[in-house]
Design a protein around this ligand. Structure first.
Ligand code: HEC
Length: 236
């Protein structure tokens, strides 16, 4: 089986370094994963991702915990945002179904070969499934590519609004209709983006930015800008 490789753009590299994660094979202390808010899994090891259902109670939380746990523990080998730079397999190709869940769990628990570490003693089962949830919801880059120009334009527009507010020539309230429209547009884009794993719902930057803008206000402009900026630089 071969895996497509992608090079890590500079912005992504800067993010990797700034989050304290080292690239390459140096010793990196595994980070404990806080799984507060996820349910106890008391029936032994699950065969299938218990957080998979996007309409389920725990999907959003699993995604958030998984995103951070992945960045701290897996990204240095498997790539930022699960876009492999070639050091290790691209995990986006694992199917979101029981067979590949088993394959995933086996490798994460016990490791594989001499470069994939075993995590059984380092994190609990909830953390492993949270990371699984994050991995399987990565958006299809080809589908994202079609929206990049528009997402970049939206990002630039968010920046203009922040500048106008900073300069005192406009207020966040005056932009509330426009922000609501952008929320709608980003949500509409988000639902067209598939995953590569077959998982039902992709966690794209369009989805994240739409969620942030739902809150409205100046802070949402800044956070949506940041989310789009990081995403635009990583998913190229
Ligand atoms: C030090 C580098 C490194 C780290 C850190 C690492 N992996 Fe891996 N991983 C690898 C390598 C290399 C392989 C391929 C092993 C092989 O071919 O036997 C691999 C394989 C895998 C596989 C099997 C993929 C496949 O397509 O067969 C899974 C699943 C996996 N890793 C998940 C994770 C998760 C989840 C994390 C974080 C909790 C993680 N890995 C952290 C290097 C790493």
């Amino acid at each position: 089986m071969t895996y497509p490789t992608r090079t890590l753009p500079m912005a992504a590299l800067a993010l990797v370094l700034s989050t304290g994660v080292a690239l390459g094979h140096g010793d990196v202390t595994p980070q404990p994963v806080n799984t507060d808010g996820l349910p106890e899994l008391t029936d032994g090891w699950e065969f299938e991702n218990p957080f998979r259902d996007p309409s389920g109670e725990y999907w959003e939380r699993a995604l958030r915990i998984g995103s951070s746990a992945y960045s701290q523990n897996c990204a240095r080998c498997h790539g930022l945002e699960v876009v492999s730079g070639g050091l290790a397999p691209d995990l986006r190709f694992l199917m979101a179904e029981e067979m590949d869940d088993e394959w995933y769990m086996e490798r994460v628990r016990r490791g594989s070969g001499d470069r994939m570490p075993a995590y059984e003693d380092l994190m609990n089962q909830q953390a492993m499934w949270a990371i699984r949830t994050y991995i399987e919801t990565r958006p299809d880059p080809d589908a994202m590519a079609e929206h990049m120009d528009r997402l970049r334009a939206i990002r630039d527009g968010l920046r203009d609004k922040q500048e106008a507010i900073a300069a005192g020539t406009a207020t966040a309230e005056e932009y509330s209709d426009e922000i609501a429209d952008l929320h709608e547009e980003l949500s509409a884009i988000a639902v067209t983006i598939p995953t590569m794993s077959g998982a039902e719902k992709a966690d794209s930057i369009a989805r994240r930015a739409a969620n942030i803008l739902a809150a409205g206000g100046e802070r949402s402009l800044r956070e949506a800008d940041e989310t789009l900026t990081v995403g635009l630089s990583v998913s190229r």
